[in-house]
Design a protein around this ligand. Structure first.
Ligand code: NAD
Length: 513
């Protein structure tokens, strides 16, 4: 007798399927053209490739007492102080010229470093890293999206983030589509020379797939303007008309074609949305309070701008810890503690002496007006949303609230500025950078911020009008085309705007792009 197999467990939805829930909801609401829906349901291209790089020789600390005893008579080696680069795990990486002028005393591959102790020499070796570029949709313009270096990335995550870029570029009304990519690597586990080699190799592999009118990367978690400079160099190396290619990446240093205001743009855009939320209630952020998760590019800039507008930062959580000060945290002082202090290698708020150290989950219990998640995705889950004691969640990060979190926030009457408009400042100024590169111009920060404010606030107003079903045409915005005869939550409203703008391209241009 053959026994019947146990009933299959229902398959859990992938994070991509989960993230597309709001897409399907909005598509149903507006009766999105079936073929447009198919075009948008899956990415145009999913590139996975491998990048190899030679890791340098490392010195890893000897910790076992017996071993330390065994080499107790080993004399000290002398290396030039800048010949080694320290890593967070306590090891050192040899720089290219580390051995010039060195006097090494080695036994069984063990050396003693002056003032530091015993280390095992681990010879350099090649290593392979998995790399990605997902190109989701290009109906509105070239693919556009960041490059993430992080140990927890996956194809599914990049699909989520690439699709989110398609919606975001449409909402920001910039002439781009959506993409995202990066490398599965903890960038802090590599030396700066290794990171440079990895970045150059990544672009070497990526080059056939991207270009200033095809797909334009930008910084994301784990990458910055210096990585963009390396990507630019590798892309344009040996090209006859390389200056015309400067727009192949955005988020560059302002000295090599980056835009003024780009570094702060995402935080600035977030602050404009929050200002608009207050303006709608006839008030301003002055005197309000907020808590923050993530004190990186987005979080620290948003905090600086909001406190400049008179708001008070009560608590911050980041990857290293959580701090709290009921009287308010001095943001400029905290920025100096995190970023201008070479001893703070993890660039964390943890240990900040002018605030209390609290547990991560205590952040959610702090009573405030605004909660700003500006770290990674999936942090505001259902149970976290139950705890929040704020009036507004303004999503600096991409996808920080789960669908269950959304439902709880709605049930509790906590308002929401969804990520696709709240953090669209970065891609908007990326577009300004791209135009400046095309025109060989350099705009002032005042000009950039003036345009950004107008763009973010008018698109925010359109989304708010869709959400409340109040179609209006004013001097600054026109929501008449987008309202759908019923009220919807802000996240759905933002998606309605994105889908209507994308659908127009298919309807008016046809399907051959
Ligand atoms: P960043 O690398 O500069 O900073 C990330 C911050 O998050 C750091 O403070 C880090 O300590 C913190 N963090 C990491 N893991 C954490 C964890 N498990 N718990 C708590 N904190 C944690 O990154 P960023 O550029 O500020 O980006 C933050 C978010 O904003 C990301 O979701 C990113 O996709 C999104 N975003 C960034 C931009 C941009 O222009 N930089 C634009 C749009 C969206």
């Amino acid at each position: 007798m053959t026994s019947r197999p146990p009933p299959a467990e229902p398959k859990r939805p992938t994070i991509y399927q989960e993230a597309m829930e709001v897409f399907h909801r909005a598509a149903d609401l507006i009766g999105l053209d079936r073929r447009v829906r198919m075009e948008l349901e899956e990415p145009d291209y999913e590139h996975i490739f491998y990048v190899t790089v030679k890791l340098h020789t490392r010195l890893t600390p000897l910790t076992q007492a017996a071993e330390v005893q065994k080499y107790s008579d080993l004399t000290e080696s002398e290396l030039l102080p800048d010949g080694l680069e320290p890593l967070l795990d306590g090891s050192f990486v040899f720089k290219r010229r580390a051995l010039i002028g060195a006097r090494l005393q080695m036994r069984d591959g063990v050396v003693r470093l002056k003032g530091k102790g015993l280390y095992k020499v681990v010879p350099g070796r090649p290593e392979r890293f998995k790399a990605y570029r997902v190109q989701h949709n290009q109906a509105r313009g070239p693919y556009k999206g960041g490059i993430r270096y992080h140990q927890d990335v996956s194809l599914d995550l990049f699909k989520v983030l690439a699709a989110e870029m398609t919606w975001k570029t449409a909402i920001a009304d910039v002439p781009f589509g959506g993409a995202k990519g990066g490398i599965k690597v903890d960038p802090k586990s590599l030396s700066s020379e290794e990171l440079e080699a990895l970045t150059l190799r990544y672009m070497y592999r990526l080059k056939p797939l991207i270009g200033p009118t095809l797909d334009i990367p930008a910084p994301d978690v784990g990458t910055d303007a210096s990585i963009m400079g390396l990507l630019l160099r590798q892309f344009t190396d040996g090209e006859r008309e390389r200056h015309a290619l400067r727009g192949v990446v955005t988020g560059k240093d302002t000295r090599i074609g980056g835009s003024e205001g780009r570094v702060r743009a995402t935080g600035q855009g977030l602050a404009y949305c929050i200002q608009e939320w207050f303006a709608d209630r006839g008030t301003t952020p002055a005197g309000s309070t907020f808590v923050l998760q993530g004190f990186g590019n987005v979080g620290s800039n948003a905090a600086e701008i909001l406190t400049g507008l008179g708001a008070k930062l009560l608590a911050v959580n980041d990857a290293g810890g959580t701090i709290y000060s009921p009287g308010g945290i001095d943001v400029l002082d905290l920025i100096a503690y995190v970023y201008d202090n070479p001893a703070n290698m993890r660039k964390t708020v943890a240990g900040y002496p002018k605030a209390q150290q609290i547990g991560k989950s205590d952040l959610w219990d702090v009573e405030c007006d605004i909660c700003i998640p500006a770290a990674l995705g999936g942090e505001i889950t259902g149970p976290v949303a139950e705890r929040l004691k704020c009036k507004l969640v303004a999503e600096g990060a991409n996808g920080p609230t789960t669908s269950e979190g959304d439902r709880v926030l709605e049930k509790r009457g906590i308002e929401m500025i969804p990520d696709i408009i709240a953090n669209a400042g970065g891609v908007t100024v990326s577009y300004y950078e791209w135009i400046q590169n095309k025109r060989m111009e350099h705009w002032s920060e005042t000009e950039v911020n003036g345009r950004l404010e107008q763009a973010i606030k008018s698109n925010y107003r359109i989304i708010r009008d869709i959400s409340r079903n109040t179609p209006r045409r004013t001097a600054t915005h026109n929501s008449t085309r987008y309202c759908i005869d019923k009220e919807v939550d802000m996240r759905t409203a933002a998606m309605v705007l994105a889908l209507k703008r994308i659908e127009a391209h298919y309807q008016l241009e046809g399907f051959s792009q």
